[in-house]
Design a protein around this ligand. Structure first.
Ligand code: C5P
Length: 238
């Protein structure tokens, strides 16, 4: 697979075309951002750690029957993915209260959410990724109703698989954000799953092991990501 020109550069990843129109290469960079790009930094090893973390999780999800855009890891920082038409929305599931939910509703951090909540946000940096709902998605044509229904079903299917995977490693899956796209008429999971886009707490101590370490200036960001990965059995030296 030959890497061609850069199609897009996001805040932490860049996307390249290849000689195959159905495939793209994702480059995981060390850039880290929070608060809609207002806080920026470069963290050594983060691109490599997230690329390997994402490859491990995507393979687990595929093995559980959840379709994803992930094809294979190409190098320390690059992975091959299917080229989809992305839906400009973010799907968030929360098992425990944290972050935006606590700010919006004034609920206490850490309370269990039963059943888990499902939220939608518009991917739009200029607007600060506003919260939206299913009616908005249909009215503004961001996805067809049946595509959104599939994305929601897959978002909860991911919860079933990953809550258990992390629980087995002594980690609570607090919440996470997923993005979906359409590939040959099928809704499939896109983007990445890494500690940049979810909250993970040590089950015993509730120590934060995710991007909140960066957002809140707690330090040891990549060290925490690697700790989670090692507990899952990921070998970052391979
Ligand atoms: O900020 P909030 O509490 O709404 O985030 C919920 C979850 O979605 C968190 O795990 C956060 O890391 C993730 N998220 C994300 N990208 C965004 C917004 C939220 O990965 N643009």
């Amino acid at each position: 697979m030959e890497k061609r020109e850069q199609l897009y550069a996001g805040k932490a990843k860049s996307v390249f075309t290849t000689d195959d129109p159905d495939h793209l290469i994702l480059l995981f960079r060390n850039d880290t951002s929070a608060f809609d790009g207002k806080k920026l930094d470069q963290l050594d090893r983060k691109g490599m750690v997230n690329n390997k973390f994402n490859a491990f999780i995507m393979e687990k999800l595929q093995a559980a029957g959840i379709p994803t855009h992930f094809v294979k890891r190409l190098s320390d920082n690059e992975s091959l993915v299917k080229r989809m038409e992305m839906m400009p929305i973010e799907c968030v599931v929360r098992n425990l209260a944290a972050g935006g939910l606590c700010r919006r509703l004034g609920v206490e951090e850490g309370i269990e959410l039963n059943p888990p909540t499902f939220e939608l946000f518009l991917k739009n940096d200029a607007l600060g990724d506003p919260m939206i709902n299913e009616s908005y998605v249909e009215t503004f044509g961001w996805a067809k109703p049946e595509q959104l229904a599939k994305a929601k079903e897959l978002t909860f299917a991911v919860n079933t698989v990953l809550k258990q995977l992390f629980a087995d490693a002594g980690i609570l899956l607090v919440d996470y954000k997923l993005e979906f796209g359409v590939f040959k008429d099928e809704v499939i999971l896109g983007d990445e799953f890494s500690p940049d886009g979810c909250r993970l707490w040590d089950a015993a101590t509730r120590k934060k092991l995710d991007k909140d370490r960066f957002r809140q200036g707690l330090g040891d960001v990549v060290e925490a990501y690697e700790e989670v990965g090692k507990r899952l059995g990921i070998n970052f030296d391979a």
